[in-house]
Design a protein around this ligand. Sequence first.
Ligand code: SAM
Length: 152
Amino acid sequence: MKKAGIKHDWITYIPVDYSNESWVDKLLGAGFDKTKKTLFLWQSVSLYLEADIVKETLRKMADLCVDGSIIAQDFYSKAFMLGEISKIAKKNMSIIEKMGEPWKFTINMSNDPKAAVESFLKECGLKMTEYIQFGEKLDIEPFYCIVEAEKL
Ligand SMILES: C[S@@+](CC[C@H](N)C(=O)[O-])C[C@H]1O[C@@H](n2cnc3c(N)ncnc32)[C@H](O)[C@@H]1O
């Protein structure tokens, strides 16, 4: 960002391991103002976590944010993780696994992907407000989606 000339002094970086630490305590300890509207952008992280951690993290985001806040994130399908959609992706996943970050969390998108994702978010105390599905136009099973949600 320095090289690109983008002002970044105002950004606070907080390292956290979602599986073993409280990101909420860390965020609040670093001065997070929970009275303000927030955009939680949790992109391509949940796939590396256990399902219970993903649920707990999303529930905590819902608890922490005021009305008007947005939680945005993506989800991969179970079939994609199993290598049923793309062999190249499966190969890349096994390389990443060897680097110590195996894929863990996905959603079964084989039947009604939108309903499956919506229902998962509901379990986390969230209402889906935007849903973008990848795969349909390629005439393959939907394998990935990006969503926006707000607290129920
Ligand atoms: C595919 S990258 C996405 C990074 C960034 N959000 C983006 O979209 O460019 C996945 C990130 O998840 C992080 N990650 C994996 N397991 C984690 C954990 N238990 N706690 C915190 N971060 C984790 C990895 O270190 C990596 O930075």
